[in-house]
Design a protein around this ligand. Sequence first.
Ligand SMILES: C[S@@+](CC[C@H](N)C(=O)[O-])C[C@H]1O[C@@H](n2cnc3c(N)ncnc32)[C@H](O)[C@@H]1O
Length: 220
Amino acid sequence: MDARFWHERWQRGEIGFHKSRANPLLVRWWPQLGLPSGSAVCVPLCGKSLDLLWLRDHGHSVTGIELSRSALEDFAQENQLALHWRREESFDVAEGQGLQLFAGDFFAVQPEHIEQVAAVYDRAALIALPPDMRARYVTHMLTILPASWQMLLVTLDYPQAERPGPPFSVPDAEVRALFAGCEVTQLDDQDVLKDHALFRQQGMTQLRERVYHIIRTPAA
Ligand SMILES: C[S@@+](CC[C@H](N)C(=O)[O-])C[C@H]1O[C@@H](n2cnc3c(N)ncnc32)[C@H](O)[C@@H]1O
């Protein structure tokens, strides 16, 4: 899953992962984090997700990171946002209206880009990556985030042999192994196969969507 794969998907409009409203699991579970209003939130691999706006509208300053600059341009245009672009190191950054959107590679993000961040929202980011990249993604996250943070993580779990990713299956045991040393609480676990006709056509027999609250403290 290299950069070209994702750029081509955006160019061709093959973005079935994009939803036309805020994710109901974000709406349902975000309050669980109990974050003070004004806390900074990071959304890695954000695409043009409307979850960015939901988080901003719920009092957060939001930093998104997305490989595709055109996805971020679409996001600004489709939501009538007046964002100003500037260059910062290897990123083009769009800023304004409570949002800071980095166009570039998540693996190039440095601690100073997200130093105030109190929480991370991951929907379709971890599960967009193949196994070796998932480990790199979490390791990089642990390296760049401040000492204390929380995360709301949404995963899918299905028999991986039944279809290739993305989205990839990330079973419960893998989540716990990736975030070893953090406090990991499963908040939700639903059978969602009925909602995914294409996956059923592709031969998928089971599909579970899970939500995790992950907490990292300096002592952990
Ligand atoms: C499955 S999509 C999910 C987008 C968004 N989270 C959502 O819920 O709609 C994964 C996104 O990650 C982006 N991406 C993939 N690898 C990346 C990387 N290394 N750095 C930044 N973005 C990346 C892709 O361009 C794509 O928009």
